[in-house]
Design a protein around this ligand. Structure first.
Ligand code: ADP
Ligand code: ZN
Length: 520
């Protein structure tokens, strides 16, 4: 039996060399291709850069009929189209910007196409089912399949229509592809697309050459310039808004003298693509960008990816940092985070649809867990993706220089009480003054020197307040109000009642001693 199973793979390997010029399959590619050629529906979860497109493009050339590929972005489709055609694959797109519809439809019906790319909106139109009935079909490939799940980070309602469409062609196998799916999202994708649980193929997510580092953001220009001084190769800096992109690009160019260009959706399209092209061709450029940047670009020698603010989720973080070091050489992922980032993200939860709020909150909690951990970052990441990694990796900040951890439950209760007793409307600075007993004008004016929490924190303990406030904000026990105050939220009550403990990571020694020198 083994003999028969290997045969189609040998034929596939020959095609892999002939069409794509690759010596052999990488990682789980072989398993996915083997399943697809055997007509078995599959969900392939493979990290960015692992070579997902090949797993449907190659079978599409070998099987009779056309592989219909559902893909969410026109720009991405056209990138794929160009690449496929360059490899001699018969491919076409049916999008609003294509002028050659008639020709494409003729070729499709005649069975002359290997690949037909369509957007989910097109696939969910009633006429599309009829079109599919008129052509020989080889395979349904659903790219970015996490879009079908409300648990995913990028839900697209049109993806929900795909199940009905594919069910009308029960003999055509399905291949769903995604780079980012936690266990919950994976189960949902299988169900929503009608793929049996045994069809899940999970690639290893580890990127051992990437060093993960997370730091509190105190002076992003200085911190990023220091990174750029150590790392002279190409880098990407992600910033949360267009304005911050522009601002950081300017300041980093000034501070380092290195070539630095901005990239965001507000730039003129010609400038944007020129900047992208310049970056791809460069050996020392740094591009400062919003998350719009990076999808579909193939630059193997990116030496660092930095985040100047928190990413949206662990999935987003993994995907964005995954653009570093695709050539396998050492690369760095550096996240500069602030408590305010989490506070704002938690505030925005209020604007999210009720149905998606719990999922969004869980995603934020998971991200806070990654940022706050005193343990191995890689282990947290890989566990998030369902793997069972070793406790330490030797290539993240916490493994390389284990941080001090301290039980700060008592101090947390004092800080939360101070927020509560001052009316949940003052910021950290004020709470710190009250707790340390500062004879500050505003403290006296408000009568906060008469509160039971006045002056109950001193000496060494006072040093815990700042990191503690950040940690409590990251996990949602302290929530920033509209007017810049801190209110109780999430676990605050449980902590106050002594039902929950709070451990915090002490800032790295360097940062601590610098603070001491600065007298803060
Ligand atoms: P993904 O969609 O998973 O992010 P791509 O399909 O864009 O990844 O492939 C990433 C890169 O890896 C491409 O440059 C592709 O040519 C290359 N690649 C894919 N499969 C192989 C292979 N078996 N051997 C060598 N290179 C490969
Ligand atoms: Zn580690």
């Amino acid at each position: 039996a083994g003999h028969q199973r290997i045969e189609p793979l040998d034929a596939a390997r020959a095609e892999l060399r002939r069409l794509f010029g690759h010596d052999d399959f990488r990682g789980v590619q072989a398993r996915v291709v083997e399943r697809v050629l055997g007509g078995e529906s599959t969900l392939a979860v493979m990290p960015t850069g692992a070579g997902k497109s090949l797993t449907y493009q190659l079978p599409a050339t070998m099987l009779p009929g056309t592989c219909v590929v559902v893909s969410p972005l026109i720009a991405l489709m056209h990138d794929q189209l160009r690449a496929a055609r360059a490899n001699g694959i018969e491919a076409a797109t049916l999008t609003s910007v294509d002028a050659d519809w008639r020709e494409t439809l003729d070729r499709f019906r005649a069975g002359a196409l290997d690949l037909l790319y369509v957007a989910p909106e097109r696939a969910s139109q009633p006429g599309f089912r009829e079109l599919l009935s008129s052509a020989p079909l080889a395979l349904f490939a659903v790219d970015e399949a996490h879009c079908v799940s409300e648990w995913g980070h990028d839900f697209r309602p049109d993806y929900r229509q795909l199940r009905g469409l594919m069910d009308a062609f029960p003999h055509v196998p399905r291949l769903a592809l995604t780079a980012t799916a936690d266990a919950h999202t994976r189960a949902d994708i299988l169900e929503q697309l009608g793929i049996p649980a045994e069809g899940l193929v999970l690639a290893g997510f580890d990127r051992p050459n990437i060093r993960y580092v997370m730091r509190h953001r105190d002076n992003p220009v200085r911190q990023l310039a220091a990174l750029m001084a150590e790392e002279s190769g190409p880098g990407i800096v992600y910033a949360p808004t267009r304005r911050k992109v522009e601002d950081l690009a300017d300041k980093l160019a000034g501070a380092t003298g290195r070539p630095v260009l901005p990239y965001h959706a507000g730039l003129d399209p010609a400038v944007r693509s020129a900047n992208q092209a310049a970056f791809v061709a460069s050996e020392d450029m740094v591009i400062v960008a919003t998350v719009a940047f990076g999808m579909g670009i193939d630059k193997p020698d990116v030496r660092f990816v930095a985040h100047a603010g928190i990413p949206k989720s662990i999935e987003g973080y993994y995907q964005e940092t995954g653009r570093a070091g695709r050539d396998g050489d050492p690369a760095r992922a550096v996240m500069l985070w602030g408590a305010g980032d989490f506070a704002q993200a938690r505030q925005r939860l209020g604007e999210v649809d009720e149905a998606r709020r719990a999922g969004e909150r869980a995603r934020l909690d998971a991200l806070a867990g990654l940022v706050e951990t005193a343990g191995c970052r890689r282990a947290v990441l890989l566990r998030h993706f369902g793997e069972n990694p070793p406790e330490t990796c030797g290539n993240c900040d916490n493994c390389l220089s284990p941080p001090g951890v301290t039980d700060a439950t008592e101090t947390a209760r004092k800080l939360l009480s101070a927020a509560y007793r001052t009316g949940q409307s003052f910021g950290f600075g004020h709470l710190q003054k009250v707790l340390t007993g500062a004879e500050d004008e505003r403290v006296l004016q408000r009568g906060h020197d008469r509160l039971s929490v006045f002056g109950i924190v001193d000496g060494e303990e006072a040093r815990l307040l700042q990191p503690l406030s950040r940690a409590l904000q990251a996990r949602g026990a302290l929530v920033a109000t509209e007017h810049g105050g801190l209110a109780l939220g999430g676990d605050a009550r449980a902590i106050l009642k002594g039902e929950q403990t709070v451990e915090i990571v002490l800032p790295p020694r360097k940062e601590r001693s610098r603070r001491r020198r600065d007298g803060g």
